[in-house]
Design a protein around this ligand. Sequence first.
Ligand code: SF4
Length: 216
Amino acid sequence: MKKILKGMLDTMNSVKTPRMTALRELHEAETGSFSILIGTILSARTKDETTTKVVKVLFSKYKNAKELANAKTKDVEKIIKPIGFYRIKSKRIIEVAKIINSKYKGKVPDNLEKLIEMPGVGRKTANCVLVYAFDKPAIPVDIHVHRISNRLGLVDTKTPEETEQELMKKIPKKYWIEINDTFVMYGQNICKPISPMCNVCKIKRDCRYYKTKNAS
Ligand code: SF4
């Protein structure tokens, strides 16, 4: 895994220094676990640049779970309008804020079971919170992590949930925390869904997809 992660970073740096993912940006800015939870919910089906901008504006108005819990849906909708499915997400993030405020005294829980009890929080979102808010080992599997893991031949799976289970079995825990960030950047910049840039990829010799395509 070390070789794969290093190969991905070397490839990206040799082409163009990649833009940080939205969650990495929130992590680096030390905006706190609540903004990472809300940012992760908002980031689904939305461009990273848009998520980062909207989260900044949202948290300049509502500084914590208590303030967001008391917000009016219409006011939140106006702020997060550039985000995909903003109406549903406005209601959802206010609901989540209410739970964090009343059940957890304003603090985001740092365990998977409690996180996935919240509305709109699935395994991927919960795992993102563990990695980006708490630096805990977990493997959030989105479409990029799922696609690249299958292309490389690390797994042979049909769904992101299966991929997460297989990766957890195969990959030593010390690498879990890096996987989402590196694979997502690689999926956005190099190993894209259509026409992956295999010509510049430094891990092509370890890639099942590349070997199969160039077998004949
Ligand atoms: S060789 Fe191509 S398909 Fe394989 S990891 Fe690299 S870019 Fe992706």
